[in-house]
Unconditional design. Sequence first.
Length: 368
Amino acid sequence: MDVEQYTKRGVPLPVSDFLLLAIYALFYPLVFGLLVIGLGYLINNDLLFYISLTVISLGLFLTMLLFFYKSYTELRSHAIEVAHVHFQPSWREVIIHLITQVYSVVFLGILLAIFFGSTIIDLPQWQYLGLALIISLGYQGMFIILSLNSKRKLLATAQTPVSTEIVNHVRQNHPNNHLINEFRFADVELASLFLSAGVMTLGWKKNICLISQYFNWKLTDEELIAVLSHEEGHLARHHIRTAYLILGTEGILRTFRIFIVLNALILILNDLPILAFNTFSLIFLILIILVFLTSTCLVLTQRYRVYLQEIRVDCYGGNLVGHEILANTLKKLPSIIPAPIGSHQLDFLTFRIALLREQANKLKSKTE
Ligand SMILES: [Zn+2]
């Protein structure tokens, strides 16, 4: 290896990238949380505060349920389109995720009881919500720093630019190519296998498309262009922003979850039964159920959205380069790339290929 290889640097992360994450993933839940806390401060009556919190949670739940229902039915309609491939969203998943949510909250409760059980004192409810918000955003901040760190590591390996012929072709033929500022090959580690190729934001209106080095060796120029067109679709459909907004919404729901755990702890520590049938405990129970259901809806919606995003973006890419070409490119993936998002991934890839072929056939029969 020559000396130049060692001194070469990857792409650095600009400050605007941190700002973007902070705004969508920290500022948005912070504003929402502060509004609810402010409401509690204004009401200054615990029962009324519980009631308004339950109403807010109901609103959140209904919104999330709508998103969930929409993505569920859309994915299901695609599943019907290619009925010969076994890939369907199922109600079993809902149950599994609900149980997971309950478990994780109980676990959190036990942790908080062990570490802070004796120090928890009787405060107004809105102050507990403030505490929950701080814990939630602290966790979020830590998560963001960790993911930025792995992003930085990956970008450091992004040293080989994609050939000028390919980039020029994309620049001349693709409608939204201006959304991508850089095209590079990177050493995608085993830990992030999903990134066989992907787009990443580098801050305001600056995006990079990273492609696994493996593709550089294995794919033809035509196939590489197919991969790039798929990635361009993610930016044209604002998928990065959606991902950040979901991260922010997770922050809000985490705050609510920590809040109900803190409340349950206080009730237990003060020997107040949660299951007593007075107005307080009844509203609290409804709140708990709503928070669990909303969290489950969010997790599942997010999962289905990831699938739907790939399907929609395949359609976008297929329209640009031809569905058959994109399908053939995807066909090259399974043998080398094991399950990245959940165990269904190989099924999902087959599903995507089948959908693309279906689309190609439809177009063919239309022109005949
Ligand atoms: Zn994709």
